[in-house]
Design a protein. Structure first.
Length: 321
């Protein structure tokens, strides 16, 4: 894999994956694309960038051809809470975007990474130590698109031999670019609130457990699965990966180690709470560990120290806002 295209490159995950992949493969070999170019200007100007609506198969194909791309990281998508506010738009962006990029990958023989999510599970999925292969009946539109996307990527692999790969991300916590429209966004916002006012009003109940991961682990996971030996992969597009599972109460307790007066109160957002209640408390990620040696580095304490340092240095809500 030498020449890479990232869609949705200016978002929370894309902006940090761009840095990781550019340090592995060289700035000029990693082309960034997004539907807009008026945010993260530093990233837009640092290396090759294309304005791209990934639902447009012709346009995606033209970018792939022009830059002689051999692997695409398709990150453009709507997250769970935003998707619930506009389900038809979520279907359009998440499914028609994926389909166009899959077709372009097929036409130009590219490998394709697509992130799935803990959102692919539903209330009938085992809630604790959720297995790799299990019941998936998601109840959010985001989850419907994620489960359909996993199946579509599997289909393109077995029907057309496209080298599709993907992982089920938990909530991702980071300080470079803020997340937008996710159920797990609270786990990022809480650090900014702790460092600025010392108080956070949480939209989820204090005992809501969800899987989470710190960004350095998330970008490494995305790079490593694409470098994995295909002969070892029994699964392809839906690897469970996790690093930690905690509730808002527990996260607040860890923050208090470093901000002793930190206070958390709760004002439940019924939409996000319903989504969170339908997701696992904690997954097991044995298949990823066995098939491509996945291992997270950051736990809740290490992440909390690092995040508080980062947000104190950049209190405006993200270095790339
Ligand atoms: C969201 O909350 O929608 C995302 C996710 C877990 O997929 N962060």
């Amino acid at each position: 894999m030498k020449r890479i295209l990232i869609t949705g490159a200016l978002g929370q995950l894309g902006s940090e994956l761009a840095a990781e992949l550019r340090s592995r493969y060289g700035v000029s070999n990693v082309v960034l694309s997004d539907i807009r170019d008026d945010v993260n200007r530093q990233l837009v100007e640092e290396g090759p960038f294309e304005l791209l609506d990934c639902r447009d198969f012709e346009a995606a194909g033209a970018v792939i051809k022009r830059h002689r791309i051999d692997a695409v990281y398709h990150l453009a998508a709507m997250l769970s809470a935003a998707a619930e506010r506009d389900p038809l738009r979520a279907w359009d962006i998440n499914m028609n975007g994926l389909l166009a990029v899959l077709e372009a990958a097929r036409a130009y023989s590219c490998a394709l990474f697509t992130p799935s999510s803990i959102g692919c599970f539903g209330p009938s999925t085992p809630k604790r130590y959720t297995p790799q292969d299990t019941l998936q009946r998601p109840t959010s539109i985001y989850g419907v698109t994620k489960t359909a996307g996993e199946l579509l990527c599997d289909y393109y692999h077995h029907a057309f031999d496209v080298d599709t790969r993907g992982i089920r991300f938990p909530g991702i916590i980071s300080s470079l670019t803020p997340p937008g429209g996710g159920t797990t966004d609270y786990a990022v916002e809480i650090y900014y609130a702790a460092a600025s006012s010392g108080h956070y009003e949480c939209p989820l109940a204090g005992d809501t457990y969800l899987d989470m991961m710190y960004m350095p682990d998330a970008v490494r996971a995305a790079a490593e699965i694409m470098e994995a030996d295909p002969a070892r992969l029994r699964h392809r597009n839906a690897f469970n990966v996790t690093a930690m599972s905690f509730s808002p109460e527990e996260q607040a307790a860890y923050i208090r180690k470093y901000v002793p007066d930190f206070e958390i109160t709760y004002r439940i957002d019924p939409v996000r709470q319903a989504i969170a209640n339908s997701w696992p408390d904690c997954m097991e990620d044995y298949a990823a560990r066995v098939e491509w040696d996945w291992e997270p580095e950051y736990d809740l304490d290490m992440m909390t120290q690092d995040m508080l340092d980062a947000v104190r240095r950049h209190p405006q809500g993200g270095r790339n806002v």
